[in-house]
Design a protein around this ligand. Structure first.
Ligand SMILES: [Zn+2]
Length: 199
């Protein structure tokens, strides 16, 4: 993958050409994938108040007049990494307890209301403003995805932490794309084996 394509991963491109997560879960997926440790730090889509504001505006998570501070960026990134850790925990074998603590701290102050439209359909919407509202919305999506059962298919790649939606029948996918991270993992194991002295 060249740099042009790599910069589009998480927004326009999914590794391995996987389909995006269904419904609103796609937004939470994009939030987690606004960065991963395989990419240069300056590519973080919510890495500065300016970039975070642009990203959140584009996703309609904040309103036009909302401001984003350095502290807001730190909170957003902390929530993102906690959500990623929960997605990685969906792979099994790893506890999401520390991440759940972070998400719980966010939920302690998040304000969500059940709103009802003219046909009686309900939706969870944030009652606050700014980054508080954005984080509440993301929390609401996490909740909805757990009710629908989709959350358990949201996984963090074992190699790079990229959040991908596992549509496989037996829910066995472990890497964002076998061609990228799967092979990297296998190659490393291969070289490790080769480096091991055989007398
Ligand atoms: Zn990966």
């Amino acid at each position: 993958m060249d740099e042009h394509d790599k910069r589009r991963v998480g927004e326009q491109i999914e590794p391995g050409g996987r389909p995006k997560a269904p419904g609103r879960l796609e937004l939470l997926q994009r939030f987690i994938n606004s960065y991963n440790h395989d990419l240069p730090l300056e590519w973080d889509r919510i890495g500065t108040p300016k970039s975070a504001r642009a990203w959140l505006r584009q996703k309609r998570l904040v309103a036009a007049g909302d401001r984003i501070s350095d502290a807001d960026v730190a909170r957003l990134r902390e929530l993102r990494e906690a959500m990623r850790a929960l997605a990685i925990a969906n792979q099994g074998g790893q506890s999401g307890a520390a991440a759940a603590d972070v998400v719980r701290r966010v939920s302690d102050v998040a304000q969500l209301s059940v709103v009802i439209d003219g046909t009686g359909r309900t939706a969870l919407e944030p009652a606050g403003r700014g980054v508080d509202a954005a984080m509440a919305t993301l929390l609401g999506i996490l909740h909805e995805a757990q009710l629908t059962g989709h959350w358990s298919r949201m996984k963090g790649c074992r190699q790079c932490g990229y959040a991908f939606f596992d549509r496989s029948k037996n829910r066995s996918a472990a890497w964002c794309a076998m061609s990228i991270c799967g092979n990297r993992t296998k190659n490393r194991a291969y070289y490790r084996r080769r480096r091991t002295p055989t007398r």
